[in-house]
Design a protein around this ligand. Structure first.
Ligand SMILES: Nc1ncnc2c1ncn2[C@@H]1O[C@H](COP(=O)(O)OP(=O)(O)OP(=O)(O)O)[C@@H](O)[C@H]1O
Length: 338
């Protein structure tokens, strides 16, 4: 059974189509990165997923339950880190987490959760409305983790975090996925998404233009990698150009650069080069998720023959919406709050 199954989701706000005919599934234990420019429809999708908004059309089931029919039982099994989590005035960080544990009828130790997200005990005893953005984000993450949820929905989990915090989020996402939870998260930090996601979905004007692993998206667009090899003398390069999925070969005095559209081409090209010259050093530069993101959200493909914007797997329509966030949302979904 999938953790998330979205079938033909459309959400309209009056004349605005925020999400259109979006279909998507996320497996248990999978880390799914949800990307898209501002206003693409990410928060709208998340809000529907969690039962905060009703779909205009389509079906959404979470952990095998129809969200529209039974939003409460879905919320009880989901941990949510909303885009905007508003603190309860004067409530300490620890009290926020304790309230979430009570709301979810979970048996977590609040101190252990706060320790896991790196919020020091002294800080946890201070009112959360005095927290820095990063401290607040750590507390909100602890709230999301309450009750070992089967699905974690994280809207911009690294917003406001320092590099150590970003690294911590990555570790927690991995641990949760290893425990068997699905993780559905949106982020504008593409490096983070690439490091942690099994697959990514890219939304553009409410339409899902691509769903795949980053590696496969690179391959689809022909935006693979560039192998740069330092050689003693540049040989005839035609045999290297003849390797399958090699899209370009160039050289200067001692460096041969080979653009590869598929992972397998790198070693084949290198072997041929090594047969014809002495290779002293090699570096490999992968096209970044930034490049892919640009290609899929503007229709501009970087180097390859791929046709960005056609949609590798997904579909949907355009729009934008409001975020799932807020204290109340976290309370009901992931659970906290007094
Ligand atoms: N309550 C609303 N009423 C009317 N239009 C809305 C409403 N909420 C969102 N929209 C529209 O739906 C579209 C999708 O917005 P949404 O917030 O889902 O995008 P997003 O991808 O989450 O953006 P961001 O990255 O900026 O958070 C936007 O064009 C927005 O104008």
């Amino acid at each position: 059974m999938s953790a998330v199954e979205i079938d033909g989701l459309t959400k309209r706000y009056g004349d605005v189509i925020a999400v259109s005919e979006l279909s998507l599934s996320v497996d248990r234990g999978e880390v799914f990165g949800f990307l898209g420019p501002n206003g693409a429809g990410k928060s709208t999708t998340i809000n529907v997923l969690l039962g905060f908004l009703d779909p205009t059309a389509g079906e959404v089931s979470v952990l095998g339950t129809d969200v529209t029919a039974d939003p409460q039982s879905v919320k009880a099994r989901v941990g949510l880190l909303p885009e905007a989590f508003e603190p309860v005035p004067n409530l300490t960080g620890r009290e926020h987490v304790a309230a979430a544990i009570e709301t979810k009828r979970a048996d977590d130790d609040p101190d252990a959760l706060l320790d896991r997200v790196g919020l020091a005990p002294e800080a946890a005893r201070r009112p959360a409305d005095d927290y820095s953005t990063g401290m607040f984000q750590r507390m909100a993450l602890a709230v999301a983790l309450v009750g070992e949820p089967d699905l974690l929905v994280l809207d911009e989990p690294s917003a406001g975090l320092d590099p150590n915090g970003v690294q911590l989020v990555r570790e927690i996402v991995r641990e949760e996925s290893e425990r068997g939870a699905a993780v559905f998260f949106s982020s504008h930090i593409l490096d983070e998404v690439e490091r942690v996601s099994d697959r990514v979905g890219i939304l553009r004007d409410g339409e899902l233009t691509a769903v795949n692993s980053v590696e496969n998206l690179r391959e689809d667009l022909g935006m693979g990698s560039v192998v740069s090899a330092t050689v003693d003398a540049v040989p005839d390069l035609d045999p290297i150009r003849a390797v399958d999925a090699v899209t370009d070969v160039s050289a200067d005095d001692s460096i041969v650069r080979v653009a590869c559209a598929a992972p397998g081409a790198k070693m084949s090209a290198l072997r041929r080069l090594d047969d014809r010259a002495t290779v002293a050093d090699v570096t490999i530069e992968e096209s970044s998720l930034e490049d892919l993101f640009e290609a899929y959200t503007t229709g501009r493909s970087g180097t390859g023959d791929g046709d960005a914007g056609d949609g590798a797997t997904g579909q949907s329509g355009g729009g934008e919406s409001s975020a799932a966030g807020s204290t109340a949302d976290a309370a009901t979904a992931g659970g906290d709050r007094a």
